[in-house]
Design a protein around this ligand. Structure first.
Ligand SMILES: [Zn+2]
Ligand SMILES: [Zn+2]
Length: 147
């Protein structure tokens, strides 16, 4: 099995993914993601939480989502880079900020959500599925599984 590693900006928090290959990712163009990343979109992937092994200091930021679920965000305890989160609506699933992977230059984006809020300069490839707002989890997982 190839080793897949990632981590925070300062290097104190590191993680390893027990996967055969780099996971496919999706981009979210919603305002929250733009605000949180300070960028055009967030790039993320779903994993079984058991496939994620973290070392180093972790701090947790929790909030209640509009749908009443609890989102638990995990950040490096030193530099506060946000690495992954889980949501009470999807037990045992980790949503990893894919740009924190060491090999982020090799990642593929196979779905785009919240494209109605995407930055206007950004042109998306026509062969990649998009949703105007959030995608139903089943459809998004299907898009990730097909690539
Ligand atoms: Zn750090
Ligand atoms: Zn978003």
């Amino acid at each position: 099995m190839p080793e897949i590693h990632g981590g925070c900006r300062c290097g104190a928090m590191r993680y390893e993914l027990a996967l055969d290959a780099l996971p496919p990712t999706y981009a979210c163009h919603c305002l929250d993601c733009q605000t949180w990343t300070g960028s055009a979109f967030s790039q993320q992937t779903f994993l079984p939480e058991a496939a994620l092994a973290v070392t180093g200091p972790v701090i947790v930021y929790e909030f209640t989502t509009p749908s009443g679920n609890t989102s638990r965000q995990r950040m490096c305890g030193v530099c506060h880079a946000r690495i992954y989160n889980s949501n009470s609506a999807r037990p045992n699933v980790a949503i990893v900020r894919a740009g924190t992977l060491d090999r982020s230059d090799e990642l593929r984006v196979v779905a785009h959500i919240w494209v109605k809020r995407k930055q206007r300069w950004l042109a998306l490839p026509e062969d990649v599925p998009t949703w105007p707002e959030s995608a139903p989890a089943t459809e998004l997982l299907q898009a990730l599984a097909q690539r």
